[in-house]
Structures are given as structure tokens and as C-alpha cells.
Design a binder for this molecule. Structure first.
Ligand SMILES: Cc1ncc(COP(=O)(O)O)c(C=O)c1O
Length: 408
């Protein structure tokens, strides 16, 4: 069923202000806006249930613990994990990837082992692997992307070999919007004996994530990009891997028995969650997942893809605009440049037209290097955007062309 965007927008307090002032938010790939139900759930936690979890036995603390663990079960159900022990709360995708990198790869990789990533990765799915390779002697290998912004699959298959211990790739690129053939990549990696980590920061907000169907070994995502609050993310991991890996942080609540010189670890998932957790964040994330499920992830995916396609078509029709990424296999993240105009100048102009887009390297300097540009402008769409928002972007770009014409 098609999304009723007008109705949806009324659920988001920020859009009441935005609509009054007439501006359009096209930066959900950086962070999404939050519906009232998420804000209300977090407020309710702080107003009526706030105590630390897993520490005290009085009734309020029990309630806080139950709410936190219920949020974990909500995440499990949303991604169809086999058990709540496989859901680790972190701060964000970045921390989730670092946890897998240092907790698993840092412990088990040896010189000669290989980690395979792509040149399209966000720095969060690149720099941790560089560090792990530096400390273990493993080698970092890169799959390149072609002119259209697709991974070179032939090269992927060539690079996959008996030494590959881990493939770590984003499901959807945050810089080019490319959606990678994840199922085929996972199957090939497993055939080669490698594990797979999926950076789902950009895909989890837009499409149903079924971890058992995907059969990935680790999956990382952030609440704040999928209607949830800032400061909470998830690492899904296969139970056997989480069991054998080391914690990233050490201290309160992650312990079993502490002696003067040694300590044993708590059971999963708490072994990997040191210190006081973001309880209200977990409650907010659960409310966000309720909201997404109520609309239906299939309807959200269809809506968001339609906006992405429409934006590509309208932007490609503007002379002087170069749109990056493949025309198909493309999510609702659209990167572009206006020839001879720096994207920061373009984004500043668009802001004056009340269209909020991001400009920069999008934490993907390797992508910019390969495209031979310093930066791009990027419009990203979500369930509260509509066709009119795409038209506003295209109209503002025509205005920009007119304004900058003496430099074109
Ligand atoms: C593909 C991808 N991976 C990782 C991240 C990092 O997410 P976070 O900043 O929430 O840790 C982002 C953020 O934009 C992203 O788009």
C-alpha cells in the first residue's frame, strides 16, 4: 500500500516547523527525523521508569531492566534473529563495526589472513579494518567499482580466496546509493570459507532486514538513521562468534567473577555491553521499529526507491548536472555535482532555496578519489518525503544553474 506522506508528516514535530517555514529535508542518510511516538516513549521512560538496569532489585529498577530487555527482543523480532543473545546494543554503526573488528578479527586474525572490503565503504567500515590489519599482520584487500558505481563482481570473486577470513561491505552505499548484490556476495564468501559483516547503516532504514534469510555473520546499524534516537546502535552477531570474541570495553556489568588479577566475563549479550547503557535510547529504538512495522517495510522500500528513481530521472534531465551511481540498483541516496561549481557552494545555494542537502566527501574519501572530485552534493529521501520534495530539489537546481551561469 502506498504511504500517506501528509499523514506521516503530521507524526513528526520537526516537520510542523519545517512546513511552516517551507523547507525540505533531504539529508536522512546523515540522520533521520523522529516521530512523536519515539520522543514520547523516551520521555515516558525518563518520567516514569528511569533507574539503572541490571543492578538493583527494587521495583523501579526491575521495570527499567524489563524495558531495556524488551527493546532487545523488539530488535530481535525486527531483524528476525534467532535469539536475543545475538543483539548487542552499541552507540552506533561505527561502534558496532569496531566491536566486531577488535573483538573478533583482532583476536583471531594472523599474518597472511585477508580482509576483503570495497573502495565504496564509509570510513567506519574501512579505518577499523586498517587498524586490525596493522595490529595482526593481516592484509586489507579492496574491490573496486566501475564507471557506473557498481562493485566489480569479477574482481570480488577473484579476490575471494582461502586466505579471506572476512568480507565487510555496506549493503547500500551512502555516497553513491548503490545497492550491492548482498545475497550472492554472502553465498560466495561462505563458499570460500569467509565470514561476512554487513554494514547496514543505510539499508536497515529502507528495507526488511532478515538476518537468518541473509545468512550474514555480523550486521551493524544505527537507530538514528531509522527514526530512532541518536546514541544507540546494534551489532547483530551469530551466537557462536559472539561467544568466542573478546569485549571491546571492560568494566561494570560485563563481568562474571572479578579477582585481584583476573576476571571472567558475563553471559551474552551483557559480556559485550560494559557500563551503564543508553536505556532510553533502546526504548526509543523499539518505538521506532514499531512505527516502521506499522507502515510496513515493504511499503517503505517501494516508496523510498520510487523517490530515488524519480530524483535520478529529474536530475539527469538538467544539463550540467552529473549524477553518480548506477541508474538502477540504486537506493534513495542520490549524489550529484553541477559542473564547475563546488558542491559546498551548491548546497549553500540550495539552502537559500530551503532545500537541505549534504555536501562533502560523505566519509568516503576513496570514492571521491576514484570519481576525481573533491566532494559531491547528496540528496537522500525517506518515508516522510514525497514527489513534491523531488520537484523542489530539481527546481532549486535550475535556479542554481541560472545563478552560477557566469561560471558554467
Ligand atoms: C554506510 C554507512 N556506514 C557507517 C556509517 C556510520 O554510522 P554512524 O555515524 O551512525 O556510526 C554511516 C553513516 O552515515 C553510513 O552511511
Amino acid at each position: 500500500m502506498a504511504l500517506e506522506v501528509d499523514k506521516i508528516r503530521r507524526d513528526f514535530p520537526l516537520f510542523q516547523q519545517a512546513d511552516k517555514e517551507g523547507w525540505v529535508y533531504l539529508d536522512s542518510a546523515a540522520t533521520s527525523q523522529k516521530p512523536r511516538s519515539v520522543l514520547a516513549a523516551m520521555n515516558q521512560f525518563y518520567e516514569q521508569e528511569n533507574a539503572n538496569a541490571h543492578r538493583s532489585s527494587y521495583a523501579l529498577a526491575e521495570r527499567a531492566t524489563l524495558r531495556y530487555e524488551a527493546a532487545r527482543e523488539r530488535v530481535r523480532r525486527f531483524i528476525n534473529a534467532a535469539a536475543t543473545e545475538e543483539i548487542i546494543f552499541t552507540r552506533n554503526t561505527t561502534e558496532s563495526i569496531n566491536l566486531a573488528a577488535f573483538g573478533w578479527a583482532g583476536k583471531f586474525l594472523r599474518p597472511g589472513d585477508e580482509i576483503l572490503i570495497s573502495e565504496m565503504e564509509h570510513h567506519s567500515n574501512l579505518v577499523p579494518w586498517q587498524r586490525v590489519c596493522q595490529s595482526t599482520g593481516a592484509q586489507l584487500k579492496f574491490v573496486e567499482f566501475d564507471e557506473q558505481g557498481r562493485l566489480v563482481m569479477k574482481q570480488f570473486h577473484q579476490l575471494l580466496g582461502p586466505r579471506t577470513r572476512l568480507v565487510a561491505v555496506a549493503h547500500m552505499s551512502n555516497s553513491l546509493g548503490t545497492i550491492h548484490p548482498m545475497e550472492a556476495m554472502i553465498a560466495a564468501a561462505h563458499r570460500a570459507g569467509s565470514l561476512v559483516l554487513i554494514d547496514a547503516a543505510q539499508s536497515a532504514p529502507h528495507a526488511r532486514l532478515d538476518v537468518q534469510a541473509l545468512d550474514a555473520d555480523f550486521i551493524a546499524f544505527s537507530a538514528h538513521k531509522m527514526l530512532g534516537p541518536l546514541g544507540i546502535g546494534v551489532l547483530y552477531g551469530r551466537r557462536s562468534l559472539l561467544e568466542e570474541m573478546d569485549p571491546l570495553l571492560f568494566g561494570g556489568n560485563m563481568i562474571g567473577r572479578v579477582e585481584h588479577l583476573k576476571t571472567t566475563w558475563n553471559d551474552l549479550p551483557w559480556k559485550l555491553e560494559a557500563g551503564t547503557q543508553n536505556l532510553a535510547g533502546a526504548v526509543g529504538l523499539a518505538a521506532a521499529l514499531d512505527y516502521l512495522d506499522e507502515l510496513g517495510m515493504e511499503a517503505i522500500e517501494a516508496h523510498d526507491r520510487m523517490l530515488g528513481q524519480m530524483a535520478i530521472q529529474q536530475l539527469c534531465a538538467i544539463p550540467g548536472i552529473r549524477v553518480y551511481g548506477p541508474p538502477d540498483a540504486h537506493g534513495p541516496v542520490v549524489s550529484f555535482n553541477l559542473e564547475n561549481i563546488h558542491p559546498h557552494d551548491l548546497a549553500t545555494f540550495l539552502d537559500q532555496e530551503r532545500v537541505a542537502v549534504r555536501s562533502g566527501h560523505h566519509c568516503c574519501q576513496l570514492v571521491m578519489k576514484r570519481l576525481r572530485v573533491a566532494a559531491t552534493a547528496r540528496a537522500s529521501f525517506y518515508l516522510y518525503n514525497d514527489e513534491e520534495d523531488v520537484r523542489r530539489l530539481a527546481a532549486a537546481l535550475y535556479q542554481a544553474k541560472d545563478y552560477f551561469k557566469k561560471w558554467l
